[in-house]
Write a protein that binds this ligand. Structure first.
Ligand SMILES: NC(=O)c1ccc[n+]([C@@H]2O[C@H](COP(=O)([O-])OP(=O)(O)OC[C@H]3O[C@@H](n4cnc5c(N)ncnc54)[C@H](OP(=O)(O)O)[C@@H]3O)[C@@H](O)[C@H]2O)c1
Length: 295
């Protein structure tokens, strides 16, 4: 499918990981971006402005600011975030998404792309997945043309919850039994795929797609890190109790262990983004650096 003349693409979350990656991809294809930000004066927003991104100040609870910022755009990307794991955080995430959908409807945006989460539609019972499902449903009932992008676990999580180096060995620990494969996606590819939808270069079958670029068990993830670092590697499965008093994260890791949890069709993803990264490619991109050895 040919890319249509792009016009202006609005992005919410552009100072964050997913929105930032969407902006990278749109800019690389020569289209214009309007970023909806709460603090245009922040360093991250200013870094976007330096790259030619138009900034529109929004207040998430103010419908007029949101619909005003969406006037005249050709497509709109948004994500939502609970920003925490309490019930109040989860409710806030749903409200954030509903406000953004309502604003897009008020501004009659021609196409809305929402980055939700893999499995949102499968009654996961995970609080921060169910909040996204409520946003998905609101979007689907809005009458807007919508595309749901459902990313699985981010490879980029390993930048802060990656393996350690212990006695010359890479050691990866997660609260997930070792025989369970976990699907993974590079945030860079959430941007590539979402941008393809926003710019009309691709279409999601039935308006929704779960996206992954790799699938590995804990030992296989550890092995990829070991190979990259040139060190032996091992995986240690931890009990759910290490998540402490966090029912949201406990529900998610319990759901991960009831296979199949994430169910992206990697072949279908590659049909849209042939260069979607697997874990070794993400590692070679340099986003992860070998931590200082402990013990
Ligand atoms: N990590 C995973 O493996 C994974 C997998 C699937 C789905 N997800 C989902 O991904 C989401 C997080 O996405 P991300 O990593 O891209 O988040 P992120 O890097 O934390 O970025 C959040 C963005 O949202 C903006 N934002 C938040 N509240 C706002 C408000 N009230 N008004 C205006 N802007 C606001 C932030 O702006 P500021 O710069 O102003 O703060 C920032 O641009 C979560 O919902 C998570 O559940 C994560």
């Amino acid at each position: 499918m040919d890319t249509q003349p792009a016009g202006t693409i609005a992005v919410f979350g552009g100072t964050g990981k997913q929105g930032g990656s969407v902006i990278d991809s749109i800019l690389s294809r020569g289209a214009h971006v309007r970023a909806l930000v709460r603090s245009p004066e922040s360093d991250r927003a200013q870094a976007l402005a330096d790259r030619g991104v138009e900034l529109a100040r929004v207040e998430i609870g103010d419908a007029t600011s949101l619909s005003g910022a969406l006037q005249g755009v050709d497509a709109f990307f948004f994500m939502t975030t609970p920003g925490g794991h309490t019930l109040a955080d989860i409710e806030r995430e749903t409200r954030q998404g509903i406000n953004l959908v309502d604003a897009a409807a008020a501004a009659a945006v021609p196409h809305v792309v929402f980055s939700s989460v893999g499995g949102a539609e499968r009654d996961s019972g995970v609080p921060h997945f169910e909040s996204k499902r409520r946003v998905e449903e609101h979007l689907q009932q809005s009458g807007l043309r919508a595309t749901l992008v459902r990313p699985v676990a981010f490879m980029d999580n390993f930048t802060y919850m990656g393996p350690s180096v212990e006695n010359g060995e890479i050691v990866l620990r997660m609260p997930l039994p070792d025989h369970i494969p976990l699907q993974l996606i590079a945030v860079r590819d959430i941007g590539q795929i979402s941008a393809s939808f926003l710019l009309g270069a691709a279409k999601a079958p039935d308006g929704a797609i779960e996206i992954a670029g790799d699938e590995r068990t804990g030992s296989q993830i550890a092995a990829a890190f070991g190979e990259y670092a040139g060190l032996p590697a091992r995986y240690e499965a931890l009990p759910l109790q290490v998540l402490g008093d966090n029912p949201d994260m406990q529900a998610m890791f319990r759901w991960f262990a009831e296979t199949p949890a994430y169910r992206a069709d990697i072949g279908a993803v590659k049909a849209i983004a042939p260069s979607a990264w697997d874990l070794p490619t993400w590692l070679r991109s340099g986003d992860w650096t070998l931590p200082t050895p402990g013990r």
